[in-house]
Write a protein that binds this ligand. Structure first.
Ligand code: 8DG
Ligand code: MG
Ligand code: MG
Length: 143
């Protein structure tokens, strides 16, 4: 690895509908076949909320609102990948909008999953969050 390598910043989004979260099974090399949140890398000059809205739109076609910062996690994924993940939450702007799989090379498809009864395996950094007592549903969103 290059000596001057630095961590990257990603923004990931808990998109909530009642007690369900939007997850997609990854096709990317990192975390292949695991369920993960929509999200991606922060671009130069972007706010966290702008990045959250852009990544969700690019990956699922959904428009989001009530975008809030939840927490940040420091993810040393491998020797070559160190990501600071900014964790946001939001709700769909239109509950009738259906998520589309707009980046099929990176994801098998998006669907809503009960946060309290998740399918596994989850993507490593995501799996670690509930183990640490983190709950994206709390406090409840005041819409
Ligand atoms: P981009 O080119 O659109 O910017 O990136 P991407 O292809 O959408 O990136 P990604 O792998 O989906 O997300 C970037 C990084 O975010 C990923 O390498 C690891 C980190 N990350 C976490 N937790 C999660 C998560 O739950 N979902 C996603 N998608 N990424 C996560 O630490
Ligand atoms: Mg992504
Ligand atoms: Mg992306």
């Amino acid at each position: 690895m290059e000596k001057t390598a630095r961590p990257k910043v990603a923004v990931v989004v808990f998109l909530l509908e009642d007690k369900k979260v939007l997850l997609g099974r990854r096709r990317s090399t990192v975390g292949r076949d695991t369920f993960a949140l929509p999200g991606g890398h922060l671009e130069f000059g972007e706010s966290f909320a702008e990045c959250a809205a852009r990544e969700v739109k690019e990956e699922t076609g959904l428009d989001i609102e009530n975008i809030e910062f939840l927490t940040a996690t420091n993810n040393v994924v491998s020797d070559a990948l160190h990501i600071v993940a900014i964790v946001m939450r939001a709700v769909p702007a239109d509950p009738d909008q259906i998520p589309q799989n707009l980046e099929p090379e990176k994801c098998e498809g998006w669907d809503w999953y009960d946060w309290n009864n998740l399918l596994r395996p989850l993507f490593g950094p995501l799996e670690a969050m509930p183990r640490c007592g983190f709950d994206p549903l709390f406090p409840p969103i005041l819409a």
